[in-house]
Ligand binder design. Structure first.
Ligand code: SF4
Length: 257
């Protein structure tokens, strides 16, 4: 197990997102030890605005010590406006091997649920089974872009091993929770040769699948058929979801004419 680097304080916690799925969100950690190399959009933005100086600094997480106090102050004011709160968009609420972070995240979810607010969760860590005792409106998700541990170690070096990540999600599903998977950012075959149908079979128990392409980089566009490839993948995901009665969301910009 690992320890956080330290604590910081923030002035606000809940805010409305501008993204296509998600209503309100909270980010109660600065930095992320998963250190994804897609690259991570949150890291790029924090670096651009001078809040983080380097990748090395980004992968040393700080916890927001006044998270629960801020929720106590903000929930009464916002609860009639909030449909759901997503944890998290610019960090990971169940960072692998950081029990202090998991404890704060479960406390925050409990607090939001007790005010009647549903939470959606997305992680590349391990979802704790105690979440199965929380509100049945909550939705628990993992990111899974591959079944290859070698590729996972290369591109998401600090994240949880894939089999453990999947097993925790399945356990919550088996306990009656709503589950989902984010297959994003999906790589082109020149980055990783893999079978999308095998990946989909592994997550066929979930209630919802979100699929999105890897952002255009020289590596992605070096694959000449990238547009056609992503169109075909999106069609395969839609068909799979239709056949299995799974809700499906293809991220904007994944399908191109
Ligand atoms: S898990 Fe999410 S927030 Fe953390 S480094 Fe990866 S992409 Fe960034």
């Amino acid at each position: 197990m690992k320890s956080i680097k330290g604590y910081i304080e923030r002035k606000t916690m809940l805010y409305k997102t501008g993204v296509e799925y998600g209503d309100y969100t909270m980010n109660h950690i600065q930095g992320c030890a998963h250190g994804c190399k897609y690259p991570c959009y949150a890291f790029i933005m924090k670096k651009r605005f001078g809040q983080i100086k380097s990748y090395e600094e980004w992968i040393e997480p700080y916890l927001v010590s006044n998270t629960i106090e801020l929720l106590d102050a903000e929930i009464p004011r916002l609860k009639n406006k909030i449909a759901s709160v997503h944890l998290c968009f610019s960090t990971d609420p169940f960072m692998y091997q950081y029990p202090e972070i998991a404890k704060m995240s479960t406390s925050a979810i409990k607090k939001l649920n007790s005010a009647g607010i549903k939470c959606t969760v997305l992680t590349k860590g391990i979802l704790p089974v105690e979440l199965s005792t929380f509100s049945r409106d909550n939705e628990y998700g993992i990111t899974l872009i591959t079944l290859s541990e070698d590729f996972r170690k290369r591109i998401e070096p600090g994240s949880a091993p894939l089999d453990q990540r999947l097993a925790a999600l399945k356990e919550l599903h088996d306990a009656g929770c709503k589950t989902w998977v984010s297959i994003e950012p999906y790589p082109t075959p020149n980055i990783l040769e893999q079978r999308l149908d095998e990946l989909l079979e592994e997550v066929s128990f979930v209630d919802r699948i979100v699929f999105g392409r890897m952002n255009y980089s020289t590596e992605v566009t070096a694959y000449k058929r990238h547009k056609q490839f992503f169109n075909e993948c999106a069609a395969a995901v839609e068909q799979f979801c239709f056949d299995h009665g799974i809700s499906c969301h293809i991220k904007e910009g994944t399908i191109r004419e």
